[in-house]
Design a binder for this molecule. Sequence first.
Ligand SMILES: [Ca+2]
Ligand SMILES: [Ca+2]
Length: 78
Amino acid sequence: MKKTILALAAVTFSTAAYAADFATVDADQDGAVSAEELTAAMPDVDTNTFLEADTDQNGTLSEAEMTAAIESNLLPAG
Ligand SMILES: [Ca+2]
Ligand SMILES: [Ca+2]
């Protein structure tokens, strides 16, 4: 049982190893992260998470929105 928990913890850590750096996620460097850019950088993140992180609901994440989402554990930190 303990082994299973440790294995799950290892998986969690490895999948969390994304580059959550804004400039990296913003692939076209236009200063905003689209849903496509976010899911390309973080394949486990679904559209609902993107919409939740997009607090001003303008369809893209600003650096502040992405940082806030990471700080509230909505998005995985790098
Ligand atoms: Ca972009
Ligand atoms: Ca936004």
